[in-house]
Design a binder for this molecule. Structure first.
Ligand code: UDP
Length: 366
């Protein structure tokens, strides 16, 4: 009955990197995925020569040289730098929060003037910030919080900023320079040829089966391999024994336009609460496309219920405590490796998932 060394559940970055490293060492692997395509959320569909990011913008960025080199084995990266715009009721601001943003907001020109303005506004926060609202105000003051953070964050997460953890906003840099590069990382770009190509290379020697839901018949798939690598939701693996973990859902609406350029930038955030989507992505700009047509995706945050596609883990106290219970249970599970955004219930970026997979691989194979 045992046919493989590893049965891998989920063909996203974690599962695919694991599959590559295992097959390269001569282990046999089968990977299954419940979706009809490989790659999990990094999957791109090529339409009219444009790689359309089917599950939202995926911009690769990392500070980790090892991860960067690792990825460069499978693709060359272009020199795309993410410089998104924020659109608040048709007022446009540069992101992340930097001197260009401060200049547009207040007319200030020097870093000193900007710092003074922010200091005056954040004086209302006296202690260490306890939630996202306090954290945001203490970083950039009330004007930016009200126009560029509050509406966006509350619609993205479906909760008040006061009920959200501070760390979410710490992902964004605040800079006192005229620098619109969204990320702090040394390495950044979009893989030339697209993410799906990378996944294809990673899975080259691995047996692949799509449209299969492991959790429909766990014991059957478990019996097929010596070991399991599970990258699906951890609560689902344990049949929601302690109750379901919560997520934020997303809906993507993609449209083709017979024009060359729709919005002039790859990512535009809509920070006003009354606009139902959080961002519009114009995919061709990730690759400096010159096609006569363009594809544009509106990203709508939606409430999530069991059975829906899980996107962002809600890492609040209640859910973290619940996750801990599942995590402890998972440590008693023999011959199963849990990894990735869903199995670890973490708001991972792509590079962090790869780093995590490489660490697991090192432990597994030495
Ligand atoms: N954020 C914001 N306004 C923006 C962009 C981001 O307030 O225009 C906040 C929001 O709380 C969001 C967090 O910053 O959840 C992290 O943003 P990031 O772009 O890293 O989110 P992701 O791309 O992972 O969805």
């Amino acid at each position: 009955m045992i046919k493989y060394d590893y049965m891998i559940i989920g063909s996203g970055l974690f599962g695919s990197v694991f599959a590559y490293e295992a097959t390269r060492r001569g282990y046999s692997c089968m990977i299954i995925d419940k979706r009809k395509h490989i790659g999990g959320n990094v999957y791109c569909d090529n339409k009219d020569g444009i790689n359309v990011h089917m599950y939202g913008a995926h911009i690769f960025h990392t500070e980790n040289e090892k991860v960067w080199k690792y990825m460069n084995q499978f693709a060359k990266f272009n020199n795309y730098i993410n410089t998104p715009m924020a659109n608040y009721k048709k007022e446009l601001y540069n992101l992340p929060f930097n001197m260009n943003t401060f200049n547009k907001m207040w007319g200030v020109i020097t870093p000193k003037e900007a710092a003074k303005k922010i200091k005056g506004q954040c004086a209302i926060i006296h202690n260490t910030p306890q939630n996202l609202e306090e954290q945001a105000i203490s970083l950039v003051g009330t004007d930016i919080y009200e126009k560029l953070i509050k509406g966006y964050t509350e619609k993205q997460w479906g909760r008040k900023c006061r009920e959200l953890p501070a760390f979410i906003i710490q992902r964004l840099p605040v800079r006192y320079t005229y620098d619109n590069n969204y990320y702090r990382d040394r390495y950044q770009g979009i893989p030339i040829g697209g993410y799906t190509n990378i996944i294809n290379k990673l899975l080259r020697k691995c047996e692949l089966n799509l449209n299969i839901n492991f959790n429909d018949d766990q014991s059957y798939y478990k019996k097929m391999a010596k070991k399991l690598v599970y990258t699906g939701p951890i609560d689902e693996y344990f049949s929601y024994e302690f109750g379901p973990l919560e997520y934020r859902g997303l809906t993507f609406k993609t449209k083709k336009f017979n024009i060359e350029n729709y919005q002039g930038v790859a990512v535009m955030n809509f920070t006003d609460y009354d606009v139902p989507y959080t961002r519009i992505i114009e995919h061709k700009h990730f690759e400096f496309g010159t096609q006569p047509v363009t594809y544009v995706t509106k990203e709508y945050p939606v409430s999530w219920k069991l059975g829906d596609e899980a996107y962002y883990p809600i890492n609040d106290k209640k859910n973290q405590e619940l996750y801990k219970k599942y995590y402890e249970l998972s440590t008693t599970e023999k011959n199963v490796i849990f990894g990735g955004r869903l199995a670890e219930y973490k708001y991972y970026d792509m590079d962090e998932v790869i780093e995590r997979a490489l660490n697991v691989i090192k432990r597994e194979f030495g």
